[in-house]
Design a protein around this ligand. Sequence first.
Ligand code: PLP
Length: 439
Amino acid sequence: MSTLNRTRSNRLYEEAQQHIVGGVNSPSRSFKAVGGGAPVFMERGEGAYFWDVDGNRYLDYLAAFGPIITGHAHPKVTAAIVRAAQNGTLYGTATEHEIRLAALLKETIPSMDKVRFVNSGTEAVMTTIRAARAFTGRNKIIKFSGCYHGHADLVLVAAGSGPSTLGIPDSAGIPPSIASEVITVPFNELEGLRQALERWGDQVAAVMVEPIVGNFGMVMPKPGFLEGLCKLARDAGALVIYDEVISAFRFHYGSTQTLSLFPDRDGIRPDLTALGKIIGGGLPIGAYGGRSDIMAMIAPLGPAYQAGTMAGNPASMLAGIACLEVLREPGVYDRMEALAIRLADGLKASADRNGIPLTVNRILGAFSTHFCDHPVTNYEEAQGSDSERFGRFFRLMLERGIYLAPSKYEAWFLTTAHTDADIDLTLEAAELSFRDMAS
Ligand code: PLP
């Protein structure tokens, strides 16, 4: 069924495939995980909506996989980018903007004594690992199944069989020797981590985690999980790295480390944190930071090298500052949460009415949906949800002008631009889509 005319999108996809590998510049933009076919080519965005090249309008819950939290073309962010463009986009020198954004991050992420800007979440994560290795003199990394940390060799490693095993490459082109430095254990249970640390503890540089998962749906750590993780890591002399590329500034103005849902701040304090997405206001960015003594390993202070021609560029810095200023306004997160509650509860009720099993994980203003009748607390449970059903739902919603991320593992992101009327529209589309699926 296709009611929307997407002639131009389809034609551009044909053309794109002749020039761009797979027709897309990131595999997550393809529709491979939702049944294939031409992805939609967008032309323009404003607030909570974007328009494709055929003039169709979509309500956007993708938010560009997270960064667009103030909606498309927010006037304050746009003005900041224009200002940057008018003053020259890149100098290759230090600027005051970098200090201002670093200070804003430090203000709300108390474990970050020092910050360094890079260009993507991947780079940020990659360098936290280098810093941890340089500081500890150890090589191995422990990560958790299903957490995504970008596309660097070391983190594109899947679990071997068993609860705590050396990793196997999750992508062609990664040498087994690199994968063998990574240990993957299940999220939300400490036993696998304990076993891994018992066996390899004196070789482990760091335990890396998405403290609130955003990559196999939205998944909260169980009570005590982060505290236990931090303690086990420290007892083994390993550092703790939080990948907050999605979670920072998504749920409140700050990071997981300062979220009121976690009262024991000291007990969950990481040594290093990787950031990206929201902090650039929609322009390319990454940042990492942490304890002064660890960050002192990084060049020019220390022997661990990391650099970047585009790092800290004025446009990303000014867009990031503008975005954080919007998010800092009173009531912003409360409004997104109120909308998320209405939408998440409404979707669940609608699915129930139509006899469709749906698990909804909502964390404040963001949530995920899994087509299954069991809770989703780890990757295995997320994998067990129905991919085909999700694909069908995705397509039915798309035809009704609601744009979800084209993967069953991605979240629904609200923005400051979404309104109650948008939620009504979405719930109507969902009710009709669930009805179609049930019939
Ligand atoms: N870490 C997490 C938690 C992510 O979700 C992502 C991207 O989705 C990354 C790292 C990589 O960020 P980037 O795509 O900016 O390289």
